[in-house]
Ligand binder design. Structure first.
Ligand code: HSE
Length: 430
C-alpha cells in the first residue's frame, strides 16, 4: 500500500469535528477503499481549549491556520473556516501554490473564486475538491461531473437551502407566521452566522453558481445570479398556493443554452404533485436534465455535521485514489465565459398579492392597470385582510413577460387604495 495521505484540517466547527470522527471511526474501511491510510497530521481552530468531544492530542496544533499551507507533513489542506475572502481564501491559495491539494466546504469562496482556484490547482498539478460546498450529503458534484459526464446537460434546479425549506414547510404544515418560524430556526441554531445568507437566498445562489460551472463548464459567475429570498412570503401566500394545487419553494435554477446562462434563485410556486414539492424540512433536492438521461432526481440532507463531513471525507478518498483531475471536470483554461440571461427575459405566469382598501371600484382600478401593462388575468379573488375594511386581492396571470409584470406592479402600487408594496411570485412549470 502507498504511504498515508497526510491531511491538515483548518476549522474545527461541527464539520471539522465530523471529519475527525469519520476518519477515526471508519479508519480501516476507508483505508481499504482509498487504497491508503488517510491520516490527519495537523489541526487548527480559533480556540485550542474548547471541548469538542474528540481527542485532538495526536495531531499537531497550528495556531494560525494560514501556516498550514507551509507544513511539510501535509499533502492536503481541508479548509473549513468559511467566508469568501480572509484567511480561508489566503490559506486555500497558499496551499495550492505550495502544491498541496485543497478540499473545502466553502461555498462562498468557490462561488466567487472557483475559476481562479481551479486554475491554480491545475498549474500546480494538485487537486481542488468542494463536494461539501453544495447540498452536503448529496454527492451532486460527483454525480454531475462524473456519473453524468456523457451528457450535454440543459438545466439543474433544486432546493439548495435547508433552513428556508424548513421554514416554508412549517409555515404550511403548522400554520406559523414568518416571524414565528424565524424565531424557531434562530432557536434551533439552523441559521448561518449572517442570517441574510439563508433568508435572502445568497447561500442558495453560492451553490447554484458552483453547480452551473460543474454542469456546463462555464466560469463561476455569482454576480449574474438573480437572487430573491423568502422574507416577503406570508401565511396567506402559502394558503393560496395550497388552494391552487401549488406549493411555494425557494429554488435555485440554472439553464445553459447556446452560450447563454440563466441563473436564478427565488421563491416559486410549483405543482404540488412534483416529487420536489414534497421534499420538506431541512432536506435539499436537485433535478438534473441531460440529453441522454432525460431527468435525474437527488434528495438528501444538505447541512449538518454528518452529511457535510461525509462529503469532505469522500473528497479525501477521491484524492487518495489519485483522482486528481480538473476541479470543474475540464481544464481550467477551457471554462467558458457565458453571456448572462437577465431575469427580465423570463416569460411565465405569476401570482400577485395586493393589499387594498375595500373601496368601490378598487378591482376595476387594478384590472385597468393590468390592462395598460398588457398583463392578462387568469384568476382573481378577494379575501378579507382585517375587519377594518382592508382586503387582499389575489391574482394569477396568464403567461406574460417579467417586464410587463413589473410594469403592472408599479402601476398598481401607485394607486392610492393600495396599502403596501404588491408582492408577486413566479409560477414555474417544471
Ligand atoms: N445554511 C445552509 C442551509 C447550510 O440551510 O442549507 C448548508 O449549506
Amino acid at each position: 500500500m502507498s504511504d498515508p495521505l497526510k491531511v491538515a484540517v483548518a476549522g474545527l466547527g461541527n464539520v471539522g469535528v465530523g471529519v475527525v470522527k469519520i476518519l477515526e471511526e471508519h479508519k480501516e474501511m476507508i483505508k481499504d477503499r482509498a487504497g491508503r491510510e488517510i491520516q490527519i497530521t495537523a489541526v487548527s481552530a480559533r480556540s485550542k481549549t474548547a471541548d469538542r468531544g474528540v481527542d485532538l492530542s495526536p495531531y499537531t496544533w497550528v495556531d494560525n491556520a494560514a501556516d498550514m499551507a507551509d507544513l511539510d507533513n501535509v499533502d492536503i489542506v481541508v479548509e473549513l473556516i468559511g467566508g469568501e475572502e480572509g484567511i480561508a481564501f489566503t490559506l486555500s491559495k497558499n496551499a495550492l501554490k505550495n502544491k498541496k491539494s485543497l478540499v473545502t466546504a466553502n461555498k462562498a469562496m468557490v462561488a466567487h473564486h472557483g475559476a481562479l482556484l481551479a486554475d491554480m490547482a491545475q498549474e500546480n498539478d494538485v487537486a481542488m475538491r468542494y463536494e461539501a460546498a453544495v447540498a452536503g450529503g448529496i454527492p451532486i458534484i460527483k454525480a454531475i461531473g462524473e456519473g453524468l459526464a456523457a451528457n450535454k446537460l440543459s438545466q439543474v434546479y433544486g432546493i439548495m437551502n435547508g433552513t428556508t425549506n424548513y421554514m416554508l414547510t412549517h409555515m404550511e404544515q403548522r400554520g406559523l407566521t414568518y416571524d414565528e418560524i424565524l424565531d424557531e430556526v434562530t432557536e434551533l441554531g439552523y441559521l448561518e452566522a449572517d442570517p441574510a445568507l439563508d433568508l435572502d437566498g445568497i447561500d442558495a445562489a453560492h451553490k447554484l453558481a458552483i453547480l452551473s460551472s460543474v454542469a456546463f463548464g462555464t466560469k463561476t459567475d455569482f454576480d449574474n445570479v438573480y437572487i430573491e429570498g423568502i422574507r416577503k412570503i406570508q401565511g396567506i401566500d402559502i394558503e393560496n398556493s395550497k388552494e391552487m394545487g401549488l406549493k411555494i419553494k425557494l429554488l435555485g435554477m440554472t439553464k445553459y443554452e447556446n452560450g447563454t446562462l440563466s441563473q436564478r434563485v427565488h421563491p416559486v410556486m410549483i405543482d404540488r404533485d412534483l416529487p420536489i414539492a414534497s421534499v420538506n424540512d431541512g432536506f435539499n433536492a436537485l433535478v438534473v436534465d441531460g440529453d441522454y438521461i432525460d431527468r435525474t432526481f437527488y434528495q438528501g440532507r444538505g447541512a449538518g455535521e454528518g452529511p457535510t463531513a461525509s462529503a469532505v471525507v469522500a473528497d479525501l478518498i477521491d484524492i487518495a485514489r489519485n483522482h486528481t483531475g480538473a476541479a470543474f471536470f475540464k481544464p481550467a483554461s477551457k471554462l467558458v465565459e457565458a453571456s448572462p440571461v437577465s431575469i427580465n427575459q423570463r416569460r411565465g405566469e405569476y401570482y400577485v398579492r395586493i393589499l387594498a382598501d375595500n373601496n368601490t371600484g378598487v378591482l376595476a382600478d387594478i384590472t385597468n392597470e393590468l390592462k395598460s401593462a398588457g398583463v392578462s388575468v387568469n384568476d382573481m379573488k378577494q379575501k378579507t385582510a382585517s375587519n377594518d375594511g382592508r382586503v387582499y386581492i389575489i391574482i394569477t396571470t396568464h403567461e406574460t413577460t417579467e417586464t410587463a409584470l413589473k410594469d403592472a406592479v408599479n402601476r398598481i402600487d401607485e394607486l392610492s387604495v393600495v396599502l403596501e408594496p404588491t408582492m408577486s411570485i413566479r409560477i414555474e412549470k417544471l
